[in-house]
Design a protein. Structure first.
Length: 189
């Protein structure tokens, strides 16, 4: 049996979204995340960051298994043409960007908060799918994925993933480090 990569990606995105949302609502980890990341923008960045790294790892493993004929997986093809996963990533980034511009998920209602979280997860998944094939963007050569040039994709993922992680964890950390110094400076006056 052959399972098309498009179905795998769709199922994977749904599983990641469901797992992250359940973790946020039903576990002690979710409670800790809400305590440590109290504001909504940073929580969205956290969800985008986690979904980004999980997706990158899963897609690399999926492509590796397809390349080495492990499991029932196969490439997505339409009319005999291979559709790279960066296409699905770009589409997901376009959709999440459009919905963000339309201010979906900006209210304080439970449905809006859920939409906001789903957009963040979708953004992380889309960014990972797109940046995983960054070497393909630069070289316009499908063989660049596993070649020495494929390292460019890894570099792009590390840089963007680092940016997501820094914006998630950096601002609260810097505020905590600066706040005690500001209080001490005020006491000296």
């Amino acid at each position: 049996m052959h399972i098309a990569g498009s179905w795998i990606l769709l199922i994977f995105a749904a599983v990641i979204a469901a797992a992250l949302l359940l973790l946020l609502h039903l576990t002690r980890l979710g409670h800790i995340v809400h305590q440590q990341i109290p504001d909504r923008p940073h929580r969205r960045l956290f969800l985008a960051s986690v979904s980004f790294f999980i997706t990158f790892l899963a897609v690399r493993l999926l492509v590796l298994s397809i390349t080495h004929h492990i499991g029932p997986f196969g490439y997505v093809e339409m009319g005999g043409r291979h559709i790279h996963h960066l296409v699905w990533g770009i589409l997901l980034l376009l959709i999440t960007g459009y919905l963000t511009l339309a201010e979906v998920g900006t209210k304080a209602t439970p449905g809006s908060i859920l939409a906001s979280r789903l957009l963040a997860i979708g953004y992380g998944i889309g960014a990972a799918l797109t940046l995983d094939e960054f070497a393909l963007w630069l070289n316009l050569d499908a063989m660049a994925y596993w070649s020495r040039q494929g390292r460019e994709s890894i570099d792009a993922v590390i840089l963007f993933g680092g940016l997501l992680a820094m914006t998630t964890w950096g601002a609260p950390l810097w505020r905590r480090l600066i706040r005690p110094k500001a209080i001490k400076a005020g006491e000296k006056k």
